[in-house]
Design a protein around this ligand. Structure first.
Ligand code: DLL
Length: 431
């Protein structure tokens, strides 16, 4: 348990606040003095470093968004000399310029620490074999969990994503005990393990799944199919990667590493800071990073923060599972639709989590089609029964979303599986 750090993880909230106040003041001073982009933004808002005396003054600072990162690409927000930087990571953004985040060795070390805390919270010790099936490369998942596993002293399998049969072979031969990958890839691995008849040959005890939204129903399925306890982990490239927040044995929200990142929840429309416990957009301020310490970065993730006494002993603030992004929201025939709402209905009706949402525009009208895989048991139903299921699902979706959707039930395994983040939405509209 070398990386359980009770002096931070279980500190009194006032102690954490003191640390945050001091680190925030230092960071603001440093970036104002060294990064012209921040200086300009702060000057425009009429704030000086002297106005920031504690966490309570955070709201005075301007927000940063992905647009700022694009505008400042590639070096405009760099707060350390390039010669001190040792690595970059980058987002897989589909439109516009990529976002590039820089790390000094100090930043990598603190990131490893954050991921080590997540692994330890999931029960990792030096006895464990950690199977990292997140992608390695520009994506932060692989390198992040890899660094954390090294720090704990686990035997680390840098599998990266893909080559599913080889993954399972290694899992069996080397006795992997902790699996780290996206929840959708974990489902695919679980299905394949079952097909290969190897359920009895795997020794997994825990899974650390993140990088995309997943439901409690999916957690229950993964735990059952893989015989594990499944933990959530959250993070984003711009802030550091995985390990911004992590789940403990209580599985009831993720503890935020508040000694490094200060969270806020804001109203996404007005930017107003909301009281703890209200749902809104998550914003982070980095207070320990050297190279890329973003201030008040708008994540677009919608969630709730809760400060409660956790039975695990940790006092770090918790964030609920982010179940949607403000920019994931689809507007279909004027109605706001979140993919997570559709997933809830599907799983509630006994379908697997394999689905795809296809949005198109035909003769100036938006169309919504939901392709849903039948489970192998449902596949052997009569045509009449399948038609009945289709109709029932369409009705439930209509009552949840307020608009009608065409439901198409498809054969098991006919929707392409992803080895990284699942592709749930195909928007063919040319707007
Ligand atoms: O996905 C970092 C990561 C890697 C996290 C491995 C966890 C595990 P990005 O590719 O920059 O970084 O994507 C960040 O993914 O803003 C959320 O919308 C989403 N996301 C990440 N973790 C979760 C999670 C990585 N546990 C974006 N639940 C974030 C829901 C998540 N969404």
């Amino acid at each position: 348990m070398r990386y359980f750090q009770p002096e931070i993880e279980c500190a009194a909230p006032e102690e954490i606040k003191k640390l945050q106040d001091q680190r925030l003041v230092e960071t603001v001073r440093r970036v104002y003095a060294t990064v012209p982009y921040y200086k300009r933004k702060m000057d425009e808002k009429g704030v000086t470093p002297d106005d920031i005396k504690s966490r309570d003054d955070l709201h005075k600072l301007p927000f940063l968004s992905k647009d700022d990162l694009r505008e400042a690409y590639p070096y405009g927000l760099l707060a350390a000399p390039l010669s001190d930087c040792v690595r970059i990571h980058s987002t897989s953004g589909t439109t516009g310029k990529r976002v590039v985040a820089f790390y000094t060795q100090h930043d990598i070390d603190l990131w490893d620490d954050c991921c080590a805390r997540a692994l330890v919270a999931a029960g990792a010790t030096e006895e464990d074999v950690v199977h990292v099936a997140y992608g390695y490369g520009l994506f932060t998942g692989g390198m992040g969990l890899n660094g954390g596993a090294h720090r704990v002293g686990c035997l680390t399998l840098p599998m990266s994503s893909g080559n599913t049969e080889r993954q399972i072979q290694f899992m069996c031969d080397l006795g992997s005990t902790i699996l780290c990958c996206t929840p959708s890839y974990a489902e695919f691995l679980a299905e394949t393990i079952e097909e290969m008849g190897l359920r009895g040959a795997i020794k997994l005890k825990a899974g650390i799944f993140g990088a995309e939204a997943w439901s409690e129903e999916m957690r229950a399925r993964l735990q059952e199919k893989l015989g594990i306890k499944a933990y959530d982990i959250y993070g984003l490239t711009e802030i550091i990667g995985p390990g911004v927040a992590f789940e403990c044995s209580e599985q009831s929200g993720m503890h935020i590493n508040e000694d490094h990142f200060i969270p806020e929840i804001i109203d996404p429309n007005t930017g107003e800071v909301l009281p703890e416990g209200e749902k809104g957009e998550l914003v982070f301020t980095c207070i320990t990073k050297e190279a890329f310490p973003l201030l008040r970065y708008r994540t677009r993730d919608i969630c709730v923060l809760k400060r409660e006494k956790c039975a695990c002993g940790r006092t770090l603030l918790k964030m609920a599972k982010p179940m949607g992004r403000s920019d994931d929201m689809l507007i279909i025939r004027g109605v706001n639709v979140f993919p997570s709402q559709i997933e809830t209905v599907l799983i509630g009706c006994g379908f697997s989590g394999n689905y795809q949402i296809v949005v198109d525009r035909v003769r100036h009208t938006d169309t919504l089609e939901v392709l849903v895989e039948l489970t192998p048991e449902m596949f052997s139903d009569t045509v009449k029964k399948i038609e009945h299921r289709e109709k029932e699902l369409a009705e439930k979706l209509k009552s949840m979303l307020g608009i009608s959707a065409k439901v198409t039930l498809v054969a098991p395994k006919s929707i392409a599986r992803s080895e990284g983040k699942a592709v749930r939405v195909i928007d063919k509209r040319k707007i």
